[in-house]
Design a protein. Structure first.
Length: 204
């Protein structure tokens, strides 16, 4: 007579094996829960390798400040001590360089978007750039450069505003420059001269 235990398919008994699979073959079926993790925490060496891979991936897509990389590592669950060691090493070899990053950001934002120093300073703070480094990078943009870029922005915008009343043109141009960080002291004379100089507003 068969015992109840032996009649179960795949049961090898406690004495005869692990109890998984047919005839105690020892294979864990798909429905079984995963074994307990007996390794504990990820070793620091492995954690640093993961952190380095994350940082290198970020840098391959675009330049980043150290603060941006710290935020990304924290978001990915990296321990702060591990992140600091990895970023310190990458700073030593020149892969992470806040000074170069700040210089690049100022040049590109001023050239591509026409941002004034005030807006550029805000961008640098947002990316976690130290004030001393930010001040040095902002030194690239002089008062003459700022005025010239504002004049270019106004001239370009005016081409799409022909036919509008002068007060409407003035208001929209001033608002555009304000959004880019230009002070009223810089913006208003430029806007006024540009609007008054249009043929449609000249007085005979």
């Amino acid at each position: 007579m068969r015992s109840g235990r032996a009649s179960r398919p795949g049961w090898a008994g406690r004495e005869g094996g692990s109890g998984w699979g047919v005839d105690g073959a020892g294979e864990r079926p798909d429905w079984a829960p995963p074994p307990e993790d007996t390794e504990g925490a990820v070793p620091d060496a492995d954690a640093e390798s993961v952190a380095r891979a994350i940082v290198l991936r970020q840098l391959s897509m675009a330049p980043r400040s150290r603060t941006q990389l710290e935020r990304k590592l924290r978001q990915r669950g990296c321990d702060d001590d591990v992140a600091a060691r990895v970023l310190d090493r990458m700073t030593e070899v020149g892969l992470v360089d806040d000074e170069a990053y700040a210089q690049m950001l100022v040049r590109s934002r001023q050239s591509d978007k026409g941002l004034a120093r005030r807006a550029l300073a805000h961008e640098l703070r947002k990316q976690g750039i130290d004030q001393e480094i930010a001040d040095e990078a902002l030194g690239q943009v002089g008062a003459g450069d700022e005025r010239l870029r504002a004049e270019q922005l106004v001239a370009k915008k005016l081409r799409s505003m022909r036919g509008l009343a002068p007060e409407v043109q003035t208001r929209r141009l001033a608002a555009m420059l304000a959004r880019k960080g230009y002070s009223g002291e810089v913006a208003w004379p430029i806007v006024r001269d540009a609007v008054d100089g249009l043929p449609e507003h000249r007085r005979d």
